[in-house]
Design a protein around this ligand. Structure first.
Ligand SMILES: [Zn+2]
Length: 352
């Protein structure tokens, strides 16, 4: 896919407890009127640890459409497979039991302090039904270097490794590299945007720091721009103002989407060009009832033809297609009568 066809995905992964002292930042920055260019609300991911989390507040964010992921119960060093298994399962249970979020919707993990357990970590997460991990760092060469795209661990971690990277094959399990940002002096990489050796101490430097890293992706290989961050970093007013300006300015581009990590991975599984992104369901598009019924009817017809061809009985093929046409006619007539009047917001379905 050419760069001009790739949406620039921006995602936020906030770590640690969710409670009334950090929620004003989430509310202020992400619950305004901001929508993606497809008209649907932006979304972020919260990696939640247990201690101090207010699960009522957490449920509010789930109901709004944020993704909820797991960041352990104890928030200690979790450096063995057994510890990962225990902490990931218990904290997912906490989230499910205290908020009612369906278990199958909690699929992401980040290790506290980015202390990991190598292959046993991935085996444990995979066994528990988690789909992705965001605990390993990739450092590009500098502001001009390319970042890594998310990938599945079919061949282990193929990038330069700090320590404890998986080497076994974990087919279909997603690893989202923490692409280090480059500090505001363009000197050193920083895994978390709020932990830099060179820290900007005013709004302008902070804004430029965020936007320089954005444009290096936007004008580069269009790899997703991840904010790996703790909300307390925004306690300084100049930082929150800089972040607000940066979000506003990034969103002025009609090819920039702020999505949560699950939504990003859906795009990775089904890469969709910008011209078709309006109809990409994981990012908010809802196919109309009419569109879905037509899709079912067409599927029945094609299946019938394939079935007939497989047996090479011409009369059987004709019979099945005749039946399919009848079904098509009956169902579409039914739609005309019952659905179309109630489906005035239908939009054309491309590619069906
Ligand atoms: Zn943490």
């Amino acid at each position: 896919m050419e760069r001009k066809d790739i949406p620039q995905m921006v995602y936020f992964g906030f770590d640690d407890a969710v409670h009334g002292q950090v929620s004003p930042h989430y509310d202020y920055l992400f619950l305004g009127n901001l929508t993606n260019p497809n008209g649907h609300p932006i979304s972020i991911t919260l990696f939640v640890s247990h201690t101090y989390t207010d699960y009522e507040v957490l449920k509010k964010y789930y109901d709004i459409g944020f993704e909820i992921a797991v960041h352990s119960v104890s928030h200690k060093n979790i450096d063995t497979g057994d510890k990962v298994r225990k902490e990931a399962e218990e904290q997912r249970n906490n989230i499910v039991n205290y908020t009612g979020i369906p278990k199958e919707e909690v699929v992401g993990w980040r290790s506290p302090f980015l202390v990991t357990a190598g292959d046993p970590q991935i085996y444990a997460l995979d066994e528990l039904g988690f789909k992705y991990d965001v605990s390993l760092i990739y450092r590009r060469s500098g502001m001009d270097g390319d970042d890594a795209w998310p990938f599945t661990l079919d061949y282990g971690w193929p990038l330069p490794c700090d320590k404890d990277c998986p080497t076994d094959s974990h087919k279909g399990f997603w690893q989202i590299p923490i692409n280090a940002v480059i500090d505001f002096k363009h000197q050193y990489p920083c895994a978390f945007i709020d932990h830099c050796y060179n820290t900007p101490w005013n709004e302008e430097d902070t804004y430029n720091y965020i936007m320089d890293n954005f444009y290096s992706r936007y004008n580069g290989n269009r790899s997703p721009y991840g904010f790996h961050i703790h909300a307390v970093w925004l306690n300084y007013g100049f930082r929150r103002r800089a972040m607000e300006r940066a979000i506003t300015d990034m969103m002025k581009h009609d090819d920039v989407y702020i999505v949560n990590i699950k939504q990003m991975l859906e795009w990775m599984k089904y890469p969709t060009k910008l011209k078709d992104i309006k109809y990409f369901e994981p990012w908010g598009y809802k196919a109309s009832k009419t569109g879905k019924v037509v899709l079912i009817v067409l599927t029945v017809c094609f299946a019938s033809i394939a079935f007939g061809a497989a047996y090479t009985y011409r009369n059987r093929m004709q019979l099945l297609c005749t039946i399919s046409e009848k079904v098509n006619y009956i169902m579409l007539t039914d739609i005309d009568r019952k659905d179309v009047a109630n489906d005035s917001d239908d939009e054309p379905i491309e590619g069906v």
